[in-house]
Design a protein around this ligand. Sequence first.
Ligand code: ATP
Ligand code: MG
Length: 431
Amino acid sequence: MQPLIIDRSQHTVSRKNIAPEALRVLYRLHEAGFTAYLAGGGVRDLLLGRTPKDFDIATSAHPNQVKRLFRNCRLIGRRFRLAHVFFPDIIIEVSTFRAHVPADSAQRVTTKEGMIVRDNVFGTPPEDALRRDFTVNALFYDIADYSLVDYVGGLKDLDARLLRVIGDPRVRFQEDPVRMLRAVRFAASLDFTIEETARQAILDMKEHLAQASRERLHEEMLKIFFCGRAEAVLQGLFDTDLFAVLFPEVAAWLDGAGGEAGRDWMRRALRQVDKWKAAGLRPGESLLWALLFGPYFEARSADPGLANLSRTAARARTAHDQLLNPSHRVQIPRNVARGTADILAAQAVFPRTQGKGPRRFAARHVFKDAFVFFKFSARARGENEELVKWWSDFLGGLRDPAPEPPAPAPEAPQRGGVASPSDETSGTSII
Ligand code: ATP
Ligand code: MG
């Protein structure tokens, strides 16, 4: 299979935009006589002039050969063996070229619905390109001569800003339904259009998403929330109805009492998360669910079984139970659900501004996130303006007159921690 090869003088991918650690791994593999490509989202993002989230490397070296070349390397993964090369600030993922194993092959283990469970079969570079999900995710940057290698028409699709599935979308979505969710995420975050047959396949096959593992869907949701265009992805999930497969009971509420106001709230919550992301901040997951589903929890907490609880306590209990609701396809960790309940329970404390209460409350672990939620709700509902001001003034008075701590570091995944909006010190724009 002849790829389209774009010479280094004819494309915009420059080594100065590639993490030096990734370059080191590429060069070392190349010097040891292996083929070594930068692959996946890294190449795509460099071509789009965006900063890649991570740098994945594809190579002809087998996992054990990779391990022998790098002291700081660990092999991971059951479904496919990958090598992780560790550097102080970044992990470089190195995978051996793999083949897309056809559905009737004895080497591939699938469920009766046709979903791939294991497909660890090494392959050639073209095979590795073809087993990938979308054409723009299957471009290679060859460290041997700095050329781009395109087996799937990815460069043309990149120019047209088209998200095209490699192969037959129906077959590829059947193999791995999470690809539907990835399609919606990439389309929104890259500002691409999903190619028409794939879009139709998503509409027809959305129910298949329910077969994916709940843990994997949880990971995928976190990628969505923190991709920087979460509001647009949510809209894509509404438009394709994938949202209803993920969160059937929330969707039923949106179709009924929640209505357009419920959807608006959720869009607004994620718009806020996108703003934080642009400022290099990232909310904790408990806060995120509180913000996203606040009104849903409130609606569900009108349950007569909770009538003995205060409104706030009922909403906190409901949040906990709903986040762990098994009919939802996203596995939310228990401690996260507990954290959300704590944030919501703490809302009852904000009206109490007398005596020593506020000082004690402000010292509690939950306070920062609770206050972010309180401010967001107050703004969204146009209420409690006075209380927000009272607490802001109060916190201002509490601040140590010593110099302000430095502003949060810009967000750089895999390069140390990320500040949260509640640690934010610069103030105004954030909520
Ligand atoms: P991101 O910016 O989210 O990291 P990415 O394209 O790098 O986007 P990853 O999840 O990091 O996505 O995966 C790296 C590459 O592996 C993808 O670009 C794609 O080529 C391939 N890939 C990932 N998930 C799948 C999948 N479910 N099916 C087929 N190929 C996949
Ligand atoms: Mg990636």
